[in-house]
Design a protein around this ligand. Structure first.
Ligand SMILES: Cc1cc2nc3c(=O)[nH]c(=O)nc-3n(C[C@H](O)[C@H](O)[C@H](O)COP(=O)(O)OP(=O)(O)OC[C@H]3O[C@@H](n4cnc5c(N)ncnc54)[C@H](O)[C@@H]3O)c2cc1C
Length: 536
């Protein structure tokens, strides 16, 4: 079976490569040419129109502005405001470090990402920041090994696993050329639908779609794929979305799906690697936390660490706010003219006296949990084809706290793949030791207990990876991706939130009003700043 899949996949890589290079080849509704031209139109028009409303913001460049949270959204916003000439911006951060969900732990002199880790072609603002602040190198991330069978764990490449999905949906397609064309057609169709529904736009959040389009998207992402007969894209989307903790495709709103899986991203992940572009997914040589810390340091941002904001009160006789924050064991207070808040809005409802409309919108958010554990083990007998594994049998089973993803950090940074990785011929750190140091991802809908997480991780390491000597070095249980239901999304809740930006002297930023990625939150900041009418 493995040999057949390998032959089939090699043939499909060749066909897909030929399809991509040989641009004259027409493949039905959407030839590669057609997909390309749709994508080019999408790219060419990006930014050419906007139907977002204009919003209010700080009244003067000398207004006292408080930003709550020194995560990616807060740091990026402070940097943008300072760059635009705002002179009085203070960031309050409850933790003792900058970065929010971008946390990089050093272990054996190797950076291990416990939060933000990947970037992809849509991350233009992030790539620009990495260069501007000289925050390390942007490196290719080896594509994952996919494990689809728990009883007989067999490593498959991403492509092989996609072919298996195609085989289960269309057993009649046995010819590899036809299989490749079929997948390519589905991609072309997705690009076309995206373009028809949303047109072209700048950043991640599209302008409010028409009510007809919203009603057509009142469904899960899987229902959308089935409705348009492009379910074959399921494998690509589970890797690009579900494995990242962004929701099971039979649960998450089709709108979130289309915000994240843009035509550019989908086309890029489906393009076979080349010697020039080993992988379209990237990682940072020094980690993401370094980027945010460097922006704060080099731009001399005023960040108050270990300073949780406890209460934000509106002043009765003027437009301002009184911010109460904790510092060094006692409560402090300061006046501000404008508030920008980034943590999950639902939690901030206990801190800020939001107006009733905002309060009602934010109360509808819910989140799940993604846990990352940094651990050492011996090299297991069952090593994948690359230093990153997606255990789709666990993802699909929806078993609480099962291991979804494994990433071996050092080998990822060094791009050790295929036989070089599987054979375990290289040490896993600059110290020369053959001890594997990895980050494991466990997903759950209910807040997991540490005992359950450890039990399931031990079981996984022993029975799937066939490794021993588990030593847990660190663990983080994250409140992950504050999100809205399918129907709330189809009612246009993200645009309703945008419409109240600035109305009561507050901007709402961060993942709970956009999407759970650093690209999403910086794109949202840029959108706010574009729509802000500054009267001074
Ligand atoms: C395991 C994991 C993997 C991820 N992988 C990726 C990835 O590969 N690519 C990607 O782009 N993104 C990834 N993300 C998502 C990305 O990290 C987040 O979307 C991003 O950090 C959101 O930024 P934010 O500023 O909105 O929120 P946060 O990063 O959550 O920052 C909010 C900040 O507010 C602070 N805060 C909260 N309450 C208060 C208070 N009362 N007073 C003061 N401060 C307060 C918090 O301490 C925190 O620092 C990942 C996240 C996790 C957890």
């Amino acid at each position: 079976m493995r040999a057949v899949m390998a032959t089939l996949s090699t043939a499909v890589i060749c066909v897909l490569t030929v399809c991509c290079i040989h641009t004259g080849m027409v493949i039905g509704f959407s030839s590669v040419d057609e997909t390309r031209s749709l994508l080019e139109q999408y790219n060419a028009h990006e930014g050419s129109h906007s139907s977002f409303p204009k919003i209010k913001g700080p009244k003067s460049k000398h207004d006292k502005i408080a930003i709550i949270g020194a995560g990616p959204a807060g740091i990026h916003m402070a940097y943008k405001l300072k760059a635009a000439g705002y002179t009085n911006v203070t960031i309050f951060e409850m933790k003792s470090f900058i970065g929010g969900k971008s946390v990089t732990r050093y272990h054996r002199r190797v950076p291990h990402e416990m939060g933000t880790v990947y970037a992809q072609p849509d991350y233009t603002e992030i790539y620009r920041l990495v260069k501007e602040f000289d925050a390390g190198r942007i490196l290719p991330m080896p594509s994952p090994t996919v494990w689809i069978n728990k009883e007989h764990p067999t490593p498959l490449s991403n492509l092989q696993s996609n072919l298996q999905i195609l085989a289960s949906l269309r057993p009649d397609i046995t010819n590899v050329t036809v299989a490749a064309v079929y997948i390519q057609q589905a991609i072309g169709k997705y690009v076309g639908l995206h373009s028809q529904m949303f047109g072209s736009y700048e950043g991640e959040l599209m302008p409010r779609p028409s009510s007809v389009v919203l009603s057509q998207l009142n469904m899960t992402f899987l229902e959308f794929l089935k409705f348009h007969d492009i379910e074959v894209l399921k494998g690509l989307i589970v890797s690009a979305m579900t494995a990242q903790g962004y929701g099971h495709i039979d649960e998450i709103s089709a709108l979130y799906g289309m915000m994240w899986v843009t035509p550019r991203f989908l086309t890029a992940v489906a393009t076979p690697p080349s010697p020039e572009v080993k992988s379209v997914v990237k990682i940072l040589s020094k980690g993401f936390q370094f980027l945010w810390s460097e922006i704060a340091r080099q731009f001399n941002l005023n960040v108050k660490l270990s300073s949780p904001v406890r209460q934000v009160m509106r002043l009765k006789h003027s437009d301002g706010f009184y911010v109460k924050y904790w510092k060094c064991g006692r409560l402090h207070g300061a006046m501000f003219d404008f508030i920008i808040t980034s943590p999950t809005m639902k939690f901030m409802s206990n801190v800020i006296n939001f107006d009733p409309k905002a309060q009602e919108l934010f109360s509808r958010t819910f989140n799940y949990y993604y846990t990352t554990t940094l651990a050492d083990t011996d090299y297991g007998a069952n090593r994948g084809l690359s230093p990153q594994d997606y255990f789709t049998f666990n993802i699909n089973s929806k078993e609480e706290s099962s291991v979804w993803v494994h990433r071996d950090s050092y080998s990822s940074l060094k791009y050790i793949t295929d036989a070089n990785y599987t054979s375990g011929m290289y040490p896993d750190g600059p110290d020369g030791l053959y001890t594997q140091s990895s980050v494991y991802y466990q997903f759950s809908k209910e807040r997991p207990s540490r005992q359950t997480l450890t039990r399931k991780l031990k079981d996984h390491i022993l029975n799937v990876e066939k490794a021993t000597n588990l030593k847990i070095k660190d663990r983080m249980i994250w409140n992950y991706f504050p999100r809205y239901s399918v129907s709330d999304m189809a009612m246009g809740i993200l645009w309703d939130i945008f419409d109240i930006q600035g109305e009561h002297g507050i901007w709402y930023i961060g993942s709970s009003v956009s999407f759970e990625s650093v690209k999403s939150v910086v794109d949202y900041n840029n959108l706010l700043l574009r729509q802000f009418v500054c009267n001074n």
